[in-house]
Every structure is written in structure tokens, then in C-alpha cells.
Ligand binder design. Structure first.
Ligand code: ME8
Length: 515
């Protein structure tokens, strides 16, 4: 039987700035979900991309004396490097300046037009170039004779232009029906409630083209218009599957299973995007998964506050798995989170270096020294052995349930609860004392510990892939025996093991200061 398909995406970052921690967080979380599904037997397509059009790109490039394409190329390279640094490479990077995307977005436009949902009119309103959004009279404020968007504080200007419109207003009932029929279309629930309330108030038609700049995809049959950024940007998810070619190798991945996005772009994904798709006669995605914002010690990250930490700097300071672990464990998925040096160091030293790292190091060294460097041979299991093995065997179901709602932190809680139990087990059984009094029992305790570590190693792979692989390698587990389907296969006594080596270094302040 062929594997079930799972298509997951990140938002496509604006190409007018370098990657920041918010981008890194989104990529890590999406990568962890993709890896989990892959290990759980799905045929996964994981796509990210770059949002490369729009007036802001043109303006930034002009300021720097380069072309918008050069700016896009430079930023795309930075984001590609970020994916490598975070060990969160996607299967594809869809750039909106690529021909395959232009073809796709022009086709969706044609289909929306053929359905009678696009008309030409005039647009006027308060426009923020920085937000690439129009604001209503009640959404702006006046200060020192200038006007600003209240929500974002960015300057707005009065703009009047000929524009194509999408009949979004007509889609409110269909959207409400969608949210009703599929209660988990937008998760977590509080974001869904916001969207439902918003749509219930009624929707305005949407301006979807511009004539005031030309860095965009031309409107079919009227090239003095370029598409307004959101038609262009959102369609990337479809373009990556080869749309409109229904025979493209990835065509069967549409509709997407999950669009992972930050909370500031929920409206676009939960309202505009399904409306465009309904209009074009295409299936809507299964789910919009909304994550919160990350703040440095509670402050919004911004260049002016001076607390922008690049993802590369974090990885260099703490390590890649450490950075991944911190964000995934510390931030309840869907909520905002904070990060600080102290919080990161506490987390990684306590959970990784002490709890998991020490347990692995101590048990594997004992096996190397006292069991001839092979998987020990267990005798009959005691209740204590059975209990810890049962706890480890229970992780998969719990993590799977947590992943159903994308509660990644809960999946990690489940794993680390067993790490803590395994530490209590190991300390309570005192294998070092058994060495003299009951070597056979020592072998059983070491076997059970190693087996629990194997399960922990397999289950930890989505979150800390490199360290989990090191642990599994130390336990003699081949690459082809590391999926969730292999969880039930117990360690085979007598299997030769490599020499033990530490997996997680402790973060030591002095060393960091010297570096
Ligand atoms: O919004 N914490 O691009 P973008 C967590 N091009 N996530 C954050 C964040 C933070 N501090 N700041 C931003 C765009 N994000 C559009 C997307 S999709 C068709 C088009 C998230 O570079 C943000 O919510 O501003 C979004 O999901 C992603 O980073 C890219 O943001």
C-alpha cells in the first residue's frame, strides 16, 4: 500500500531582509513536524519559499543601488544557508520570481476571472508601503501632521489607482460554512474564533492588482497591472506541486495538509487563500497552523531595539540541536514565547547535558567496560524493568496525540518525562553496586536502560536529529531501523557497540566568553 501523503509548508519570508529568529523558529517547528510525519510512515513534502515581489523589494533594492532580482538572490541565499544551519532543509524552495510560479499564479488568476470573481475598478485608501496593506479610516491615526497605521505604526499615504478586485464579499458565507464543517481548519482554536468573528462582520472585496509599481507577476491580458502581493505569495503553495499540470510528479500533494504560519498573517491564510481556491475551483488546504511570536526577553524584535539575534549566531553559540530543542520545548506551540541567554543555557544544560546526556554516557560506559562492548543479555524482568519499558513504549502514542494538535512541546514533555523516569530507575537500581553483588542483574538493568535510550533516541529524532542519530549509532541501531515502525523491535543481546562518546557538551560560560 502506498504511504499517505502529507504536504507541509512554511510561510514564504519576504526577501527584503535577512533571516531573524522568527523565521528560524517557524522553520524549525515545520521541520520537526515534517520529520515526525516521515518517521511515522507518511510520504512527506516539505516546502518553503521566498516572497520576492512587491513595492518594498523595489524600494529596498533602489536604496542599495541593486536590482530587485539581485536583492532577492542575496536574501534567498541567506535563507538557504539558514535551512542548512538549522538542519531544517526543505524538499523545495519556491521563489516567486521563478517561471514555474508565474505560470501557476497567472493560471489561478485566469480561473478566478473565468468564475466571474475579478472585476476592474478604482481603489483609494490609506496604504502602508511597509505593510503592503491598505488601512481603513478607523485603523489610522494622525501624529505631527502625518498619518500612521495604528496596528503597526508604519506611515500610510492616500493612494488612488485603477485596480482589479476580487469578490471576496461573496465568499463570506462559504468561508463560514468551511470553518463550521471543519472546526480544525484553523488551529489553535483562539485564532479560529478571531477569524470566524471577523468574517461574520462581513468582508469587503479585495484589491488584487497594482499599477504603481511593476516588480510583480503581470496580470494576464493587462500587463500594466501587476498582481497584488497576496495573490502572488499565497499561490506559491500550489505552484510547488506543479500546478496547473495535473500530471506533475507532485500534483497529488495538493491540497496541502498544513500551512504553518505566524499569527500576523492568519487572515490572509484563513480567509483570502481558501476564497481564491474556492473561486478557482480548487480544493482548500486541510489546515492552517498558527504559531505565536518569539520575543527577546519579552520585547518585540526589531533592528532599532538592537536585540535582533541572527539564527546563525544562536546556532554558533549553543549548537544546532540545542537551539532547536530550546525553541520547541520552551515555547508552547501556538503561543508567544521569550528567549534569553539564561533560559537557553538552563534548558540545554538541565535537559540535554544532564538528564539525557549523562544517562547515556554513564550507562553506555558501563556496558563498554563490563559487558564486553556488546548489548548486554537480560535475565527475567522485574516490575521496575517492566514499568520503565512500558513508559518508554507509551511515548509514541502520546507524542502522536500531541502532534495531532501540533503541540510539539507536549511531545517533548512526554519524551523527557521518560528520561527523568529512566534516571530514577538507573539511580534506584544501582548497577555499579550490582557489578560485584549480582552481575547478571547488572546486565539486565543495563539492557533495560539501553533499550529505553533506544526508544528515546528514535522518538527524539524530529527535534534533535543529529544528537538522536549519535545516540542511536552508539546503541548500534542501523539507519534503516530508526523509524517509528521499528520502535517495537527490542535491542538484540550480543550486538557489538561502538566505543561510547559524549553526545551533549555542557554549555560553560567561560568557554563562551573565550570564543
Ligand atoms: O509575512 N516570531 O513574510 P515575513 C515568530 N511574506 N514568527 C515570526 C516573527 C516572530 N518574531 N516575525 C515574523 C511574510 N514571523 C509574508 C508571508 S506567505 C504566503 C507570505 C513569521 O518574512 C511570520 O508570522 O514577514 C511569517 O509566518 C514568517 O515569519 C515570515 O514572515
Amino acid at each position: 500500500m502506498s504511504k499517505p501523503k502529507f504536504y507541509i509548508t512554511t510561510a514564504i519570508p519576504y526577501a527584503n531582509g535577512a533571516p531573524h529568529i522568527g523565521h528560524a523558529y517557524e522553520r524549525i517547528a515545520t521541520d520537526a513536524i515534517a520529520r515526525f510525519k516521515r518517521l511515522d510512515g507518511y510520504d512527506v513534502l516539505f516546502v518553503t519559499g521566498m516572497d520576492e515581489h512587491g513595492q518594498k523589494m523595489q524600494q529596498t533594492a533602489a536604496r542599495e543601488g541593486i536590482t530587485p532580482q539581485q536583492l532577492a538572490d542575496r536574501t534567498a541565499a541567506q535563507f538557504e544557508a539558514m535551512g542548512e544551519e538549522l538542519n531544517a532543509r526543505a524538499d523545495d524552495i519556491l521563489r516567486t520570481t521563478e517561471q514555474r510560479h508565474k505560470d501557476s499564479v497567472q493560471e489561478i488568476w485566469r480561473r478566478m476571472a473565468a468564475n466571474g470573481d475579478i472585476y476592474l475598478s478604482k481603489y483609494s485608501g490609506w496604504y502602508s508601503v511597509r505593510d503592503e496593506a491598505y488601512y481603513g479610516e478607523d485603523e489610522i491615526e494622525e501624529r505631527d501632521g502625518r498619518r500612521f497605521a495604528i496596528k503597526t505604526g508604519t506611515p500610510v499615504e492616500w493612494v488612488e489607482e485603477e485596480s482589479y478586485f476580487f469578490k471576496l464579499s461573496a465568499y463570506a458565507p462559504k468561508l463560514l460554512e468551511l470553518y463550521e464543517k471543519r472546526p480544525d481548519f484553523i488551529v489553535p482554536e483562539h485564532y479560529r474564533n478571531e477569524i470566524v468573528a471577523f468574517v461574520k462582520r462581513g468582508l469587503n472585496d479585495l484589491s488584487i492588482s497594482r499599477t504603481t509599481f511593476d516588480w510583480g507577476v503581470p496580470v494576464p491580458d493587462d500587463p500594466k497591472h501587476v498582481m497584488y502581493v497576496w495573490v502572488d505569495a499565497l499561490t506559491n503553495y500550489l505552484s510547488a506541486t506543479g500546478f496547473p499540470d495535473t500530471h506533475a510528479p507532485r500534483a497529488a500533494f495538493w491540497p496541502a495538509s498544513a500551512h504553518v504560519i505566524g499569527k500576523d498573517i492568519t487572515r490572509f491564510h484563513a480567509i483570502y487563500w481558501p476564497a481564491f481556491l474556492l473561486s478557482a475551483g480548487l480544493p482548500v488546504p486541510d489546515q492552517v497552523v498558527v504559531h505565536g511570536f518569539l520575543f527577546s526577553r519579552g520585547e518585540k524584535m526589531s533592528k532599532s531595539v538592537g536585540n535582533v539575534v541572527s539564527p546563525a549566531a544562536l546556532v554558533k553559540a549553543y549548537g544546532v540541536d540545542q537551539t532547536r530543542y530550546f525553541f520547541l520545548r520552551e515555547v508552547p506551540f501556538g503561543q508567544d514565547g521569550n528567549y534569553s541567554h539564561e533560559a537557553i543555557v538552563n534548558r540545554i544544560n538541565a535537559d540535554l547535558a544532564n538528564d539525557l546526556g549523562n544517562l547515556a554516557q554513564r550507562s553506555l560506559s558501563m556496558i563498554a567496560k563490563n559487558c564486553g562492548g556488546v548489548v548486554p543479555t537480560p535475565g527475567a524482568f522485574t516490575d521496575a524493568d517492566r514499568e520503565i519499558l512500558a513508559a518508554a513504549d507509551g511515548i509514541h502514542a502520546e507524542a502522536r496525540a500531541a502532534h495531532e494538535t501540533h503541540s510539539i512541546n507536549k511531545a517533548l514533555d512526554a519524551i523527557w518525562r521518560v528520561v527523568a523516569e529512566a534516571n530514577r530507575y538507573f539511580a534506584g537500581q544501582e548497577p555499579w553496586a550490582l557489578k560485584k553483588t549480582d552481575p547478571a542483574r547488572m546486565e539486565t538493568v543495563l539492557y533495560v536502560t539501553a533499550e529505553v535510550l533506544r526508544i528515546i533516541g528514535i522518538m527524539a529524532q524530529p527535534y534533535i536529529p543529529t544528537s538522536a542519530a549519535s545516540l542511536l549509532q552508539l546503541l548500534g541501531i542501523e539507519n534503516n531501523a530508526r523509524s517509528f515502525a521499528d520502535l517495537h523491535k527490542r535491542l538484540v543481546p550480543g550486538t557489538p557497540l561502538p566505543a561510547p562518546a559524549p553526545i551533549f557538551p555542557r554549555y560553560v560560560e567561560e568557554e563562551a566568553a573565550k570564543a
